[in-house]
Ligand binder design. Structure first.
Ligand code: ADP
Length: 529
């Protein structure tokens, strides 16, 4: 409008004299000033529709005042404005208002009679209707796109907020635990390291930015590991580790043991995507195990000397021809038991030494039923004393190549356990069968039973179930470990099946000698018993 007015002043100043033209300009000027002065808010914004309407009226007055200017073209602006802003009502309303104004003006200024002039009167509203419709649909389209974009932006925002809160939670959890956690990407580059590992690194003076301890020793505490031998380096190379023990720190200075485990991470496509490494401080556990082994080793070592002496003196007594038969029998029993005590103490020493835990063996062909009978008979008084019922089903003879003393040791252990862990007035079953390929000895009881979890650890050294530990029944937790080891050395297996509260069955399987019968048996069958 301002530009147009400037042109008119320069080119056709007589138009300024026309009152309609001036009224039009004044109306436009007032509307613009009012629009600028008002502070538009949500509440008064609907009044803004009056602005394009005033604009239409102003353009109409200018057009009527100076028809040569073709100011009707300017109608396009309020039409676009209203179709964008007021939707369908604005679209139709703006065009109808302009058409009515034009036609009313035409009627007042002597209605045109020629056909062409009439077409001219319709052309402008038609053009404006087209512009209004196109603007309306474009506006609607962009409005729906804007809404879609807003919704998507909200979704992204929410997802981002969720991801950040999850990351915060993950970091808090990782930093709350007292073991080190390190995550590496598929190229071995660090993605994450928690506070516990960071702290452990700084305690051992690792330089900043490094994720491994400066000095790493193997489980024996003396072999220094090279860079490639270190568990973390192996994990970076893609190896899965399960509780690898390392010692950090130089000998003579402060040292800590860590158990390093690693698991590969897989991406959504199932491909290798890195490693997560868990570093747990196990210094106390290892120190406790070492202290226990040292104690067992020293106690069993100290016990061997007096037992050797007892054995020696008993042998001297047995060699004496002057002792009566009754005393010889009693000294003989004491001698046999001292021998067993000596064997047990030796086993204890073996168990405590990490180097050679295998028990020594002397194999010979033997009738197993004799050993089983003997073991059962030696436990019978104890079973009767506790009111336990004994059921036996012992096949005889059952020939096997065994170390009879060791098998007796195993049977004694299983039978004493069956007595120790039985219920009041419970039952004990002992069976021995040879099916031609396998010899089976089963010792069952109706006692406490052993849970599935405990069964998995039952044959580990020093393991005792919690029920056993809390009870008044004494034990070392070594018997089953040594028994399993002895049976393994015989080429057999010791297995357990148990139901808590019902009872347990320990079954020994050994290779049978019935098929084929080796020569050695026929040669020595007379002396096996
Ligand atoms: P110990 O009897 O000296 O503790 P063992 O190695 O013979 O050592 O047994 C290990 C543990 O297994 C026992 O402490 C006990 O918890 C459990 N156990 C062994 N035999 C039985 C059994 N017959 N019934 C229930 N628990 C048993």
């Amino acid at each position: 409008m301002l530009l147009m007015t400037c042109f008119v002043v320069v080119v056709h100043s007589t138009s300024l004299a026309d009152p309609l033209f001036l009224w039009g300009l004044a109306l436009e000027f007032v509307a613009t000033v009012v629009a600028l002065l008002i502070t538009w808010t949500e509440r008064n914004s609907r009044w803004a529709t009056l602005l394009p309407i005033t604009n239409i009226l102003a353009i109409f007055l200018i057009r009527e005042g100076a028809p040569q200017l073709s100011a009707g073209l300017l109608f396009v602006l309020p039409v676009i404005w209203m179709s964008r802003r007021n939707g369908i009502a604005g679209t139709i309303g703006s065009v109808v208002l302009i058409a009515v104004l034009i036609w009313t003006g035409a009627i007042f200024n002597d209605a045109p009679t020629s056909g062409l002039a009439l077409v001219g009167l319709f052309l402008l509203p038609m053009t404006l209707a087209f512009v209004a419709t196109a603007t309306y649909f474009t506006a609607r389209h962009s409005a729906s796109q804007r809404i879609l974009l807003q919704q998507q932006a909200q979704l992204v925002e929410r997802a981002f907020a969720r991801a950040s809160s999850q990351e915060r939670l993950r970091n808090e959890i990782l930093n709350a635990v007292n073991f080190g956690v390190i995550a590496l990407d598929r190229n071995g580059l660090l993605i994450l390291m928690n506070d516990a590992h960071q702290k452990s690194l700084s305690e051992f003076d690792a330089p900043a930015g490094v994720i491994v301890h400066p000095v790493v020793y193997g489980p024996d505490r003396v072999t220094r590991l090279s860079n490639v031998e270190r568990p973390l380096a192996r994990a970076i190379a893609g190896e899965s580790l399960d509780g690898e023990i390392i010692w950090i720190g130089e000998p003579g200075s402060r040292r800590e043991a860590f158990s390093v485990s690693s698991r590969p991470l897989t991406g959504s496509d199932g491909r290798f995507d890195g490693q997560v490494v868990v570093v747990r401080d196990v210094t106390r556990e290892l120190d406790a195990i070492k202290a226990r082994d040292d104690l067992v080793a020293s106690v069993s070592h100290d016990l061997r000397t007096p037992i050797t002496s007892i054995l020696g003196y008993l042998e001297l007594v047995l060699e004496d021809d002057e002792i009566d038969e009754e005393s010889r029998k009693m000294v003989g029993i004491a001698h046999r038991n001292s021998e067993r005590l000596f064997a047990l103490v030796s086993d204890l020493m073996h168990a405590a030494s990490e180097s050679d835990p295998k028990p020594a063996m002397t194999f010979l062909p033997y009738d197993l039923s004799y050993t089983v009978d003997e073991a059962v008979e030696s436990q019978r008084p104890m079973m009767e004393g506790q009111g336990l019922q004994l059921n036996t089903d012992i096949e005889t003879p059952v020939l096997c190549v065994i170390d009879p003393l060791r098998i007796r040791q195993v049977l004694d252990n299983l039978l004493t356990n069956a007595v120790k862990y039985n219920s009041e007035h419970g039952e004990i079953g002992v069976t021995l069968h040879d099916d031609g390929s396998t010899v089976r000895i089963a010792v069952s009881d109706t006692g406490l039973g052993i849970s599935d979890d405990d069964q998995k650890q039952l044959f580990q050294r020093f393991f005792r179930t919690e029920t056993a530990r809390l009870s008044s029944v004494h034990g070392s937790g070594l018997g089953l470990n040594i028994s399993a080891e002895i049976i393994k050395e015989h080429g057999g297996e010791l297995v357990v099946s148990s139901v808590v509260g019902v009872g347990s069955t320990f079954e020994i399987t050994l290779p049978s000698l019935r098929n084929p019968v080796p020569n050695i048996l026929t040669e020595s069958s007379g002396s096996t018993r």
